[in-house]
Design a protein around this ligand. Sequence first.
Ligand SMILES: [Zn+2]
Ligand SMILES: [Zn+2]
Length: 138
Amino acid sequence: MKKVSGPSARGFYRKSRQRERILALLRSTQTHPTAAWIFDRLRREFPSLSVGTVYRNIAILVDEGLVNRIDFGSTFDRFDANTLPHYHFICEGCARIIDVDVPFDQAITARVDSSSGLTARRHEIEFYGLCERCAKER
Ligand SMILES: [Zn+2]
Ligand SMILES: [Zn+2]
C-alpha cells in the first residue's frame, strides 16, 4: 500500500467527499467493518471507487485520529470510528466485534509502569464469548 503523505498531496481535496462519506458510514455503525464492507456500500455512489481508494482514505482518517484500526489477528483490518478508549467483545460464534459497556480503567496502564520499570502507554482488553444472538442459538 502506498504511504499516505498527508494534506499536501494534490488528491486531498478532490477525494475529501469520499472520505467524508467513509467517515459518516463508519460513524453510523458499531460493527467495526472492513474496507470491503465500506466499499460495497459506497461503490454505487462513487463509481470510480476501489478497495484501494477506500484503504487510502481510511489511512488518512486513522492518521487524523478520527478512526482507529483494530487488529485482533484477523485476516482483515477492521475499523472503528469510536475513538474514545473502550473495550471490545469478540463473539466466538459469529466473529462480531462489539463495544463493551464497561468503564475504561486508565489506572491499569499506570500500574504496569510503576511495578516493573516498563513504560506502558496504553492497554487493550478483549473479551471472548458468545453474543446474545449466538447464545440463543445454543
Ligand atoms: Zn455471535
Ligand atoms: Zn469499538
